[in-house]
Ligand binder design. Structure first.
Ligand code: FES
Length: 102
């Protein structure tokens, strides 16, 4: 399974980060000491979610304002109607590892 590991200190809280795992763009978000990983593709019209804004546990697409729950990828507000992909994040001390689902 493809994965990438980073130090949690590399992730600024409240700011989305774009990473690539095996050619797949992933948006990583740190909220406090929690880290979430969501597909970096808005399900509305494929804008990059890592260019959006984070508030609470939501990320808002910069293009038309759809919001997704970072915890489970749920589409929360239109115009997106499909959920975003989410990825497994594990933590070992100060290291977080994000893994593709297959
Ligand atoms: S591309 Fe994200 S809301 Fe339209």
């Amino acid at each position: 399974m493809a994965s990438i590991s980073l130090a949690i200190s590399e992730l600024t809280p409240g700011k989305p980060h774009k990473i690539e795992i095996a050619g797949k763009d992933v948006c990583v978000a740190r909220i406090g000491d929690e880290v979430f990983a969501i597909g970096d593709v808005c399900t509305h019209s494929e804008a990059s979610l890592s260019e959006g804004d984070i508030s609470d546990y939501k990320i808002e697409c910069w293009l038309h304002g759809a919001e997704f729950d970072l915890r489970d990828g749920k589409s929360l507000t239109p115009p997106a109607t499909e959920d975003a992909e989410v990825f497994v994040v594990t933590r070992d001390g100060d290291t977080v590892t994000i893994s593709l689902n297959s």
